[in-house]
Design a protein around this ligand. Structure first.
Ligand code: ATP
Ligand code: MG
Length: 597
């Protein structure tokens, strides 16, 4: 392929809205162009990479026996109503109406639709196990579309759905997909690590996310270097330790706890940092108290606090002063479908004070439910908000002074670096990750709601047991760049590079040079290698810069001077200039094939 026929237009300047390297390089290397916030046009180069990633995915999916399908991107709202997700997807789902005023959704995912189609095709258990997949565009009206293709409103997703008769079947399918994902990312030249993730509403379904570790990642992941525990911070469990006293100053805590709570004036000191500085104490001596409102799901499976469906609840949440609330864990604990910090009026009515001065001792609403982190169980000598503006209470013994039910102590904080691994007790480290894929045991959540059943031999009906498996194809493309680039540009793994070899034609008007380039291009293409020949009337420096920016794995320089000196120059993108090989033209194709292996 000749460069002048490819519509490649590299840019010198970074796009203004690009915060991370991969986003800058995507645009500068002419892979995509922004159309509007969160919406991108894939240019020919970008399309080539996207198609190669898809080919890897298709190949691995097909090898597992999964069957490729294609569901409509526009889906009837009615199906989403049947599973309750028309409401719970909220503003993330693009909702439209057809001319008959029927509700439609632009597919953010396709559990409902796929289950409904499979239900119509499968009626005997003998047709199971079955896995179907598709690769198509998905739409999500993200609160903060950003980082280019990483979080866009329209993105390419591979989604697969497995159907089984029982939990054992699902387990087999789950691990089949898990291992297929390992191979897919490896074949794309990507290091993606599986980490335990939050199992959604039920909280206890098995699920793993595949993460590409990168500072630009939006997710925090806790890792144990000893036993291999790896979990998204949303799901990472604390080690369940109950601190009876502050770690740092046990003696003074015990001493102070003999006294009764005493008010301390703390004017204007609202945050833990402010009040800790004001009192000259460490943050872990304080209790951070926040008022949340939530809506129950009626899900009693988790901790027995589902409440009635849709029931509103207000709760005071207490965690150690040096910790943050993990809202995902809290939501599961409460059996809540929505959870948010309460507004001023609610805080005031529940506690008698404004945010910053609320606490677990004698709130205005004597029946206010208090949920506390397990690390506060038995805590003494603490300082808490006094439920009175500009005031805190010291010498607080939570068991003595606050009304917290035994069953309302739970693991509800975000794990921090240095915390103990829940499995082996060694220290955890926290890294950032980009979620490129997820495997998820759904169970019967969708099949039950949509009546997807099969008949067994004794003609009994059994609800199919499902799993779902997603890969963000366009996000994967950008994650490869984020993981594999340097100051000059992208370094594509050969398997997904837009072209594997760039021939830099330095003197196109010299017949011998053009002939050598032509022959090499033909030889490489015959070997199944994608080649681009930079035939532009540009200075060598410009061509080399562009080749580095786009990141073709191998660069070959064909010029009059080089040929006079013995041959063509061959260099891998990930090698230093000093490694350049001068090869006789006849040997070049063979050597390049080796370099691409
Ligand atoms: P996130 O937590 O990043 O919002 P998710 O867990 O909601 O993603 P899934 O429903 O698991 O996403 O979708 C499957 C895959 O689709 C994700 O693993 C991710 O790679 C990709 N993906 C999800 N949302 C987006 C988006 N807005 N832009 C690009 N890719 C996305
Ligand atoms: Mg996910």
């Amino acid at each position: 392929m000749k460069w002048t026929k490819t519509l490649i237009q590299t840019l010198r300047e970074n796009p203004q809205d690009a915060e991370i390297d991969s986003h800058k390089l995507l645009v500068r290397a002419s892979l995509v162009r922004k159309v509007a916030g969160g919406l991108y046009a894939y240019l020919p180069l970008g399309m080539r990479v996207l198609k190669k990633i898809q080919a890897v995915i298709r190949d691995e999916m097909d090898k597992t026996g999964a069957l490729e399908t294609s569901m409509p991107i526009m889906q009837p709202g009615e199906l989403w109503r049947q599973t309750g997700r028309w409401e719970t997807m909220g503003a993330n789902m693009f909702k439209v109406k057809d001319r008959a005023e029927r509700d439609m959704a632009l597919s953010p995912t396709a559990e409902e639709e796929t289950t409904d189609v499979v239900k119509g095709l499968v009626n005997s258990y003998r047709q199971l196990p079955l896995t179907v997949y598709q690769i198509n565009w998905k739409f999500r009206d993200e609160t903060r579309p950003r980082f280019g293709l990483m979080r866009s409103k329209e993105f390419l997703m591979k989604d697969a759905y497995s159907f089984d008769l029982d939990a054992d079947g699902l387990d087999r399918n789950y691990w089949t997909m898990y291992h297929a994902y390992e191979r897919i990312f490896a074949r794309c030249g990507l290091k993606a690590v599986p980490v335990q993730a939050d199992g959604g509403d039920m909280g206890d379904s098995l699920t793993h996310e595949f993460h590409v570790l990168a500072d630009a990642g939006e997710d925090g992941i806790a890792f144990c270097g000893n036993c291999g525990y790896a979990a998204n911070l949303e799901a990472a469990v604390g080690n369940g330790k109950e601190f009876s006293d502050c770690d740092s100053s046990i003696a003074s805590c015990i001493e102070e706890s003999k006294n009764l709570p005493t008010e301390v004036a703390t004017p204007g000191a609202k945050t833990i940092a402010q009040v800790a500085a004001f009192m000259g104490l460490e943050a872990n001596r304080f209790v951070k108290s926040l008022v949340y409102v939530y809506e129950g799901t009626g899900n009693l499976l988790r901790q027995g606090y589902g409440g009635r469906d849709g029931e509103q609840g207000t709760v005071l949440v207490c965690v150690p002063g040096d910790r943050d609330v993990n809202e995902v864990k809290l939501k599961h604990f409460l059996g809540a479908k929505t959870l948010a910090l309460a507004d001023n009026a609610t805080v005031l009515a529940a506690t008698g004070a404004n945010a910053g001065f609320v606490g677990p001792v004698n709130p205005a609403d004597a029946n206010l439910r208090i949920v506390a982190d397990v690390a506060l169980k038995g805590a003494t000598g603490r300082i808490v908000g006094a439920n009175k503006d500009d005031c805190h209470l010291k010498n607080v013994d939570l068991a003595r002074d606050a009304k917290i039910a035994e069953s309302d102590y739970a693991d509800i904080t975000i794990v921090k670096a240095g915390d103990k691994c829940p499995h082996c007790g060694r220290e955890l480290v926290i890294k950032r990750g980009i979620e490129v894929g997820q495997v998820f045991k759904l169970g019967t959540k969708y099949s039950a709601a949509l009546g997807a059943v099969v008949k067994t031999d004794d003609l009994k009906e059994r609800v199919m047991v499902m799993g779902c498996y997603g890969i963000g194809v366009s996000r994967t493309l950008q994650a490869i760049i984020e993981q594999s680039h340097d100051k000059d540009g992208i370094i594509w793994p050969a398997s997904v590079a837009p072209y594997q070899v760039a021939i830099e034609l330095l003197d196109p008007s010299v017949a011998e040079v053009a002939a050598v380039a032509e022959k090499l291009e033909a030889e490489l293409e015959a070997a199944g290698i994608d080649v681009i020949v930079d035939d532009r009337e540009e200075r060598p420096g410009v061509k080399f810069k562009d080749a580095d920016l786009i990141g073709f794995p191998v660069r070959v320089v064909v010029g009059a001077k080089g040929l006079a000196n013995g041959g063509v120059e061959v260099k891998r993108r990930d090698e230093d200039k000093s490694r350049t090989r001068i090869l006789p033209p006849a040997d070049a194709a063979g050597a390049i094939k080796e370099l691409l292996k």
